[in-house]
Design a protein around this ligand. Structure first.
Ligand SMILES: Cc1cc2nc3c(=O)[nH]c(=O)nc-3n(C[C@H](O)[C@H](O)[C@H](O)COP(=O)(O)OP(=O)(O)OC[C@H]3O[C@@H](n4cnc5c(N)ncnc54)[C@H](O)[C@@H]3O)c2cc1C
Length: 551
């Protein structure tokens, strides 16, 4: 099969794009390649605007690869009576399931209610009914209240003592880094000009109005001026920093809060469903989320003032999570020694004074500065598409009024799949690969869940070279073909990109994949022109990241 050149999204695409950025005047320049920027670029490109997007690190390297990976209505916001937010998020959950069914998958949750807890059975039962109602009863399945005996039969690790009732409800989960990446790639396929490792270091102005940005290519150290009619600041926790490039006196609009997760081997905390439980310290709602061979547990919510580029879990954060596990799963006996890894991210929340961190609203806000810089802060992974729709509609008004530029069409982001292709045909090919023992059962399932219709490219790579079908780390479903695929079709430029975001080896492999990192770097080397010195540098950078997840 011959691939369309435009379906490539490689280092060469990046090089050409940066070159192109220096010559074109764009309608919209988006700063930030997290889920918010990705959604905006996709929406704007689909409406027919000329769009560029620059990301200072790798796509999703900010908060968008460090979330709880839930596409959810947000049951915990019911307590704050944020009914509008929950309704909106439930609607977007349904849309995202239709846009990317291979990625956004249903997940049953058990909500535990204890005698000693803060929430009564009546309150939880009402909340779950309301949760179904706010999704207009078009949820995956309606909730059901279970007798403790029934719940304990399927989840024997739950604390028995004082368990009054358990509610089963449904949300969805998705790999956040992949969701961001496919949104970026979809933007590219719809004409957006995109580069990672391209940092905005200054804003261009004419007659007091922002008209572009100075962008530093962090791979070769060159700067390029990118001109645009409207510049959108979608930099999540870094939003205030870009606002200050525009106006050094701009006051802070963000209240970044840190959230951490710990990752455990699934066999140490085996639950067949996700579990929602409360922290004994402050009653905060937390989750255990089954994830392949692991269980993800979190999260915390604390004000953060450190370096945004090296956020990691502290001793205190981990103790908070372990204490909640001890209270809710006493027989599991989870200790430090069980932890495979941790990850930490910053919520780019809009500032609200005098409110506890976990009560700060997850609503987003669009801010227009006198110079015309458009910034967006707050929001959630789940609501990114709707946030993008709202922002691009606002920008379209500016483009029409001030520049006479009109879109070719309105917003169609929820009508077009994030990954287009013939799902039945690819499923049949995967089935055949299993029958012919080219792929193991778990690898085949993982490939489809991660890549959906794009899995055909991985099968094609394996057909060309059977060695590429081998696992990178035994026991995990990641295979060597993904290394080549990540470079050619997903703009992976560094060892970290592959080990942390194209796959999740850093979190899931018992040694963080260090034992295989050299081999992966050597597969990458000829495709990226690395010599032995560069391979060593990549390994050092990766070890630094490993130190953060082991902190
Ligand atoms: C612990 C935690 C758990 C969460 N769980 C969930 C969940 O389960 N479900 C859910 O819906 N939401 C969840 N969220 C919220 C969600 O993850 C965030 O709202 C979302 O990822 C924010 O995306 P963003 O694109 O705005 O920011 P980011 O992902 O941080 O992206 C901003 C990007 O801008 C780039 N950037 C910064 N400065 C520059 C510059 N000068 N030039 C170029 N690029 C720049 C950064 O490198 C970064 O990649 C969670 C958040 C946290 C912290």
């Amino acid at each position: 099969m011959i691939l369309d050149r435009r379906s490539e999204f490689s280092p060469e695409t990046r090089r050409d794009n940066i070159e192109w950025m220096g010559h074109e005047e764009f309608d919209i320049l988006v700063i930030g390649g997290g889920i918010t920027g990705a959604g905006i670029a996709r929406d704007a490109a689909m409406r027919g605007f000329k769009v560029a997007l620059v990301e200072k690190g790798d796509f999703s390297s900010g908060t968008s690869s460090k979330s709880s990976r839930l596409i959810h209505g947000g049951i915990r916001y019911l307590e704050n009576l944020e009914l509008g937010l929950v309704f909106h998020a439930c609607t977007e959950r349904r849309r995202l399931r239709m846009m990317a069914p291979h990625l956004v998958r249903p997940l049953p949750f058990l909500f535990t209610v204890y005698r000693s807890g803060r929430l009564s059975p009546t309150k939880v039962s009402l909340a779950l009914w309301l949760y179904d109602a706010l999704s207009l009863f078009r949820t995956i399945q309606r909730h059901r209240m279970l007798h403790p005996k029934e719940a304990l039969a399927s989840e024997p690790l739950l604390r028995r003592e004082g368990l009054l009732v358990v509610g089963r409800y449904y949300d969805c989960s998705a790999d956040d880094a992949r969701l961001t990446l496919v949104t970026i790639i979809s933007s590219h396929l719809h004409g957006a000009v995109i580069a990672n490792y391209a940092a905005v270091v200054g804003l261009l102005k004419a007659k007091g109005k922002v008209c572009g940005a100075e962008v530093l290519d962090r791979i070769n150290g060159r700067e390029v001026e990118v001109r645009a009619r409207v510049v959108v600041n979608a930099t999540g926790p870094w939003v205030d920093g870009i606002r200050r490039l525009d106006d050094p006196k701009a006051t802070s609009r963000l209240r970044p809060t840190k959230g951490i997760h710990i990752i455990l081997p699934r066999e140490r905390l085996h639950t067949s469903e996700a579990i929602a439980f409360t922290s004994p310290r402050d009653g905060r709602l937390m989750f255990v989320i089954p994830w392949g061979s692991c269980a993800i547990v979190g999260t915390t919510d604390t004000d953060y003032e450190g370096d945004f580029d090296s956020v990691c879990a502290s001793r205190e954060d981990v103790d908070y999570v372990l204490e909640a596990l001890e209270e809710n799963f006493p027989d599991a006996g989870i200790t430090d020694d069980d932890i495979l890894s941790t990850f930490a991210g910053l919520r780019p929340l809009v500032r609200e004074e005098g409110v506890a961190t976990f009560k700060v609203s997850r609503r987003h806000q669009i801010m227009l500065s006198p110079s015309g810089l458009v910034s967006i802060a707050g929001g959630k992974l789940t609501t990114y598409r709707a946030m993008a729709e709202e922002l691009v509609s606002e920008v379209a008004k500016i483009l029409a009024k001030e520049h006479g530029v009109l879109p070719k069409r309105g917003c169609i982001t929820d009508k077009v799949p994030l990954v287009e292709g013939n799902v039945e045909a690819i499923l049949a090919e995967i089935e055949m690969a299993k029958e012919e023992r080219v792929l193991d059962e778990d690898v085949a399932a993982y490939l489809f869940q991660a890549y959906g219709p794009d899995s055909f490219r991985l099968l094609q790579l394996i057909t060309q070279d059977r060695m590429l079908g081998e696992r990178i780390v035994s026991g995990l479903p990641y295979i060597k073909a993904e290394v080549i695929h990540a470079i050619r079709y997903e703009m992976a430029l560094t060892l970290c990109d592959f080990m942390i975001r194209r796959t999740r080896l850093i979190y899931e492999a018992p040694d963080q994949g260090l034992g295989k990192a050299q081999e992966v770097a050597e597969i990458m080397a000829p495709h990226l022109g690395w010599g032995s010195g560069e391979i060593e540098r990549q390994l050092t950078l990766y070890r630094d990241e490993v130190a953060l997840v082991r902190a």
